[in-house]
Design a protein around this ligand. Structure first.
Ligand code: ACM
Ligand code: ZN
Length: 735
């Protein structure tokens, strides 16, 4: 890592003298003991089982537990089941003789790619759900599916993410078929999922179902899972023949050695890893050794250790597959991790491996940011570029200017979801913003993951939400309406840079930003700043005249001024490549987004830069899947998985220029990204490809090998509650 940024990103090196943790070597016996612990079972008579299951559910905080009116176990037949807790709170989708019932919505459950092939019922179901076609994705709030009293039905290609405690119940059906089902959960309260197949569907077939669950499975203990029609997917770990799972991004060198390490816990903890520091290694690198007797990590810094831990988490998921839902808290009940023995040496290609999230157009909130940060760390990204201010919304609390969030975080109208401006709604959007405490919490969380957060506070353009709160700092003054911009696009009303008070306003905002964010780098925006207002503003014209420059070059003046202001406070600025159009401070760094030209120019000027051309890194654009149900109507050019994988940030740079290239980032502009699910959908799996570019570099695999590993990796992400888009690869992309 080089130069200023090297200093910044290596701040964790102060931890170098940190203690070398000693391992506790746990015996195989302990691990074996944990392996033999089984899923939660509720024993006794039918009514006792129900009672126990209900009280277990309640003790885990489930609010509504409904006991079936009639005990299903009293019915005749072989396929009876214990369904003590199958009726959840929230939504159920009941597909019953062509009727469908949808109860209160729950935001965070997703069912998608569902096709119910019973003529009549299917269309009706989708009509009620507001879904346009059978191929559509159902989103938000479906908690359980019950197919009842149906004949000749087929449910296929169904993916359920986060089904929580709910199973699919197939009840009193004939000639049914379930195929290609994928069920994931990531909720420590989950008591299922499982598939419940009831009596009378003797001819029902279940083909390929991969389910992964944590928590117990309601299981009729007297007869064993399958004979009673309950498929229990939790009994498969034996600690032998451990397969090397796909590791994303690909480490530089992996050698599989014999045997497995049975970890003494259900998820990776520092307790059973021996850490050693070696200052001679590359920044953020690590050497990892997994042996039957223990695990050792050698790294030069804390980030290297965290990267090794990220690898260990992926290593542990093959045999304990899809159960260790949360990388960071584990929570799996009673399963130790099983790690294949191996020796790994690894280091990153680039020091800047970032993601940009835009909170201005749509606001995501603390939990989503943490969710993103966790997945970033899991894929060895190390910088969150946090775009906090925009024309459409001001999202950061500033004590000196309370109106910024009071007025600037609420807009009275927006383009409708996916419409991108051609159709508007008049729903109030906001107030949505982060308090200082929210930000501190997020920064502390990012710090634990080794992620640097770079805030972006935009000026002189893209500042319309701030001007809604303080119109006196625009060129047009009080004539400005006091609401943020409702539509997308570029705004003509910008900061009045001829007004000294407006500049002081920005400086005071920056004072608070500097106080809040400990990192060295502040992003000052700088893109898309029209000069039309400046040209007709007496103050701006006078300012340009006094500086002896054209009005168009006033942006250089503010970049110089705020760059110097922040430098005094020990910060370095980075801005979009438009800032290169003026004379700017030597230390200012650049993000090349309008193609590669900005990067090339920055390098020639001897300044550090991030290569993130919109053509390759703006993942708000779709991946080219023609069946993408969330594609915005005016999607720009697609960015396919293959295009990302083939992206070379250093392309066209000579050796000297290459020295200034910091790396790249996946950018998520949020005009058509409304919430966490949209964000996940755009982010994954393409971010796996850019992780390969940024971490594995030239060492990355061939594309078809990458895609085949990605299939398993995608299931892993789904099990962690990530709304991953399907892997879309055009046939021509694969040999
Ligand atoms: C940008 O996309 N306007 C930086
Ligand atoms: Zn002005």
């Amino acid at each position: 890592m080089r130069g200023i940024l090297g200093l910044v990103l290596r701040k964790f090196d102060i931890m170098r003298n940190f203690i070398f943790c000693l391992v506790t070597v746990f015996t195989t016996a302990l691990a074996q003991a944990m392996i033999s612990r089984s899923a939660v079972e509720f024993q006794g008579s039918a009514s006792e089982r129900i009672e126990k299951a209900v009280s277990a559910a309640q003790s885990q905080g489930l609010r509504h537990v409904k006991i079936p009116e009639k005990d299903p176990l009293s019915e005749d037949g072989v396929w009876r089941i214990d369904r003590a807790i199958v009726v959840p709170s929230g939504i159920s989708l009941i597909l019953e003789s062509c009727t469908i019932e949808l109860k209160d919505g729950v935001e965070d459950d997703i069912i998608r790619n569902a096709s119910f092939d019973k003529a009549g019922s299917v269309d009706k179901a989708f009509e009620v759900l507001g879904v346009k076609s059978k191929k559509s994705v159902l989103r938000g709030g479906l908690r359980a599916i019950n197919v009842r009293n149906a004949e000749d039905f087929i449910i296929s290609n169904l993916e359920i993410h986060n089904p929580r405690l709910n199973p699919i119940a197939v009840d009193k059906t004939k000639n049914g078929k379930l195929s290609n089902m994928l069920i994931g959960t990531c909720d420590s309260n989950a008591l299922s999922p499982c598939i419940l197949v009831h009596k009378e569907n003797d001819s029902a077939q279940i083909e390929f179902i991969s389910a992964y669950a944590k928590g117990g499975v309601l299981k009729d203990e007297s007869s064993g899972a399958k004979t009673r029609g309950i498929l229990n997917f939790n009994d498969r770990i034996d600690g032998e023949d451990v397969v090397m799972p796909p590791l994303v991004p690909t480490p530089r060198k992996v050698v599989r050695t014999s045997g497995a390490f049975l970890a003494p816990s259900a998820y990776v903890t520092r307790d059973w890893i021996v850490f050693e520091r070696d200052a001679s290694m590359k920044a953020e690198s690590y050497r990892l050794s997994v042996k039957p007797t223990g695990v050792k990590v050698v790294a030069p810094d804390r980030r290297g250790e965290l990267n090794a831990i990220a690898t260990l988490r992926q290593l542990g998921e093959e045999k304990s597959r899809y159960r260790n839902c949360d990388f960071y808290t584990g929570g799996d009940i009673g399963r130790p991790l099983v790690l294949p023995c191996c020796e790994i040496e690894d280091y990153p290609e680039y020091p800047w491996r970032a993601m940009l999230i835009d909170e201005g157009r749509h606001f995501f909130g603390k939990e989503t940011v943490k969710h993103v940060l966790k997945q970033m760390a899991a894929h060895k990204f190390n910088v969150l570029h946090w775009h906090l201010t925009e024309d459409q919304g001001w999202r950061i609390e500033i004590d000196a200017y309370p109106e910024l969030v009071k007025r600037g975080s609420v807009r009275p109208c927006s383009p409708v979801h996916f419409a991108c401006g051609d159709e508007m709604n008049t729903d109030t959007y906001g107030p949505f913003y982060y308090t200082k405490n929210d930000i501190r919490e997020i920064l502390a969380f990012a710090e634990t993951l080794g992620i640097e957060v770079v805030p972006e506070i935009e000026f002189p353009g893209h500042i319309r939400a701030a001007l809604a709160a303080y119109p006196e700092y625009s060129c047009t003054g009080e004539k400005l309406t006091r609401v943020p911009r409702c539509t997308w696009g570029v705004e003509n009303d910008v900061l009045c840079v001829g007004n000294e008070e407006a500049l002081k306003f920005v400086e005071k905002i920056l004072d608070e930003v500097v106080e809040l964010f400990p990192g060295k780098i502040i992003h000052i925006g700088g893109d898309e700043c029209p000069t039309v207002r400046w040209k007709s503003c007496p103050k701006c014209r006078a300012k340009a005249k006094s500086l002896g420059i054209k009005v168009e070059k006033l942006q250089g003046y503010v970049t110089q001024r705020f760059g110097a202001y922040l430098a005094q406070k020990g910060k370095v600025i980075i801005g979009w490549d438009e800032i290169l159009d003026c004379d700017i401070p030597k230390s200012a760094m650049v993000m090349s987004w309008r193609g590669r030209k900005g990067g090339l120019k920055a390098a020639k000027e001897g300044r550090y830069f991030v290569m993130c051309p919109s053509s390759h890194t703006y993942f708000n654009r779709t991946d080219g899947n023609p069946e993408d149900p969330f594609a915005p109507r005016n999607n720009h050019q697609d960015i396919s998985l293959k295009k990302v994988y083939d992206f070379d940030p250093a392309h066209g740079l000579d050796e000297e220029s290459r020295k200034y290239l910091l790396g790249s980032q996946a950018c998520f502009w949020s005009e058509a990204i409304w919430n966490r699910y949209d964000l996940d959908w755009r982010m994954w799996p393409r971010s796996c490809a850019i992780a390969e570019v940024l971490w594995s570099g030239k060492n990355k695999k061939d594309f078809s090998e990458f895609v085949s590993g990605l299939k398993k990796h995608r299931l892993r992400l789904i099990s962690q509650g990530v709304n991953v888009a399907p892997i879309y690869v055009k046939k021509a992309s694969l040999p």
